[in-house]
Design a protein around this ligand. Structure first.
Ligand code: ZN
Length: 109
């Protein structure tokens, strides 16, 4: 795998339900892989899909995104709808929580 550029965005994982964190990944990746018949193929991705590729390749190595954190305090709890009203959605915390909820929703594997 080749890679290029750094980009930081919120990332979540079904292995760590209810939390996301800001993780820096490469913006673009070039991958050479084999399908289940052993045939070699290549692809390149950027942005969100490149992030997902790196996330999943880490899983193959037994690595989780939290391994990149200096402290588990950097985890951001994804607030459910049921406790709405506690955080002002227009405040910086509220906007962060909304972004976190969207990131958690988008991630599935
Ligand atoms: Zn995952």
């Amino acid at each position: 795998m080749r890679d290029k550029g750094d980009v930081t965005d919120l990332e979540g994982c079904l292995s760590i339900p209810g939390y996301v964190a800001d993780i820096t990944r490469r913006e673009r990746v070039w991958v050479e892989a084999q399908d289940r018949h052993g045939r070699v193929y290549k692809f390149s991705e950027h942005g969100y899909i490149a992030r997902a590729v790196q996330h999943e390749l880490d899983h193959l190595k037994g690595k989780l995104y939290i391994d990149y954190l200096d402290s588990l305090d950097q985890l951001i709890a994804v607030t459910g709808d049921e406790d709405g009203g506690e955080i002002d959605p227009e405040s910086p915390e509220g906007k962060r929580a909304k972004r976190a909820a969207r990131a958690a929703e988008a991630h599935s594997h």
